[in-house]
Design a protein around this ligand. Structure first.
Ligand code: FES
Length: 192
């Protein structure tokens, strides 16, 4: 087993069988490695394995904390059902300023729940579902330009940049929808 070439980040079990989550120095992916449930004399005297266990000692973590680590590592999902809706940005005073946001429904798209639209640049917008990934409460749009997205139910915090989890119990990012902005007509198209 070539575990000595990777950097261990967390041991999730203190007793055999051992399970380790590893982040490679060059790929940032996670993987699980299980060591033998019954240590052998070779296991006890293998210097690489002893070093590995010493490095992971003291960072035994709970399943909840591990879920938070994995959520932070995952990329934001961009949904696409092919259904499109448009919004005239000319009619949205708040969206004339970069960093500002609105919460808006688009018929039955997104299950009839609101979409948070954030003007990220003069020519681009971010569209995120307002449905919290913890227990489906409705999250609030950022209260200030550039502010985080908060779920008041249990305190989940999401990034306004991509909907990724910054804190709290949410297991995954807010669902993100594709956007296309026509700077000439100032019409934003959202693909659900
Ligand atoms: S439903 Fe959003 S944090 Fe629980």
């Amino acid at each position: 087993m070539q575990i000595q070439s990777r950097k261990p980040v967390a041991a999730v079990s203190a007793e055999p069988p051992y399970h380790f989550f590893i982040i490679s120095s060059n790929s940032m992916h996670t993987e699980q490695i299980s060591l033998p449930a019954t240590p052998t004399n070779d296991y006890d005297h293998d210097p690489h394995r002893r070093t590995f266990l010493r490095q992971t000692a003291g960072i035994v973590i709970s399943g909840t904390a591990l879920a938070a680590i994995l959520a932070a590592c995952e990329s934001t999902t961009v949904s696409s059902t092919g259904i499109q809706a448009t919004l005239d940005i000319n009619a949205q005073a708040a969206l004339q300023t970069v960093g500002n946001s609105i919460s808006q429904t688009f018929g039955q798209n997104n299950g009839g729940r609101a979409v948070i639209l954030i003007r990220s640049t003069t020519t681009d917008f971010i569209a995120l579902s307002s449905v919290c990934t913890h227990e489906q409460c409705t999250v609030s749009k950022p209260q200030t330009a550039g502010g985080n997205i908060i779920c008041s139910c249990h305190g989940a915090i999401f990034s306004p940049k991509d909907g990724s989890v910054l804190g709290g119990p949410a297991p995954s990012s807010l669902q993100r929808f594709q956007t296309a902005y026509d700077a000439t007509t100032k019409v934003l198209t959202i693909t659900f």
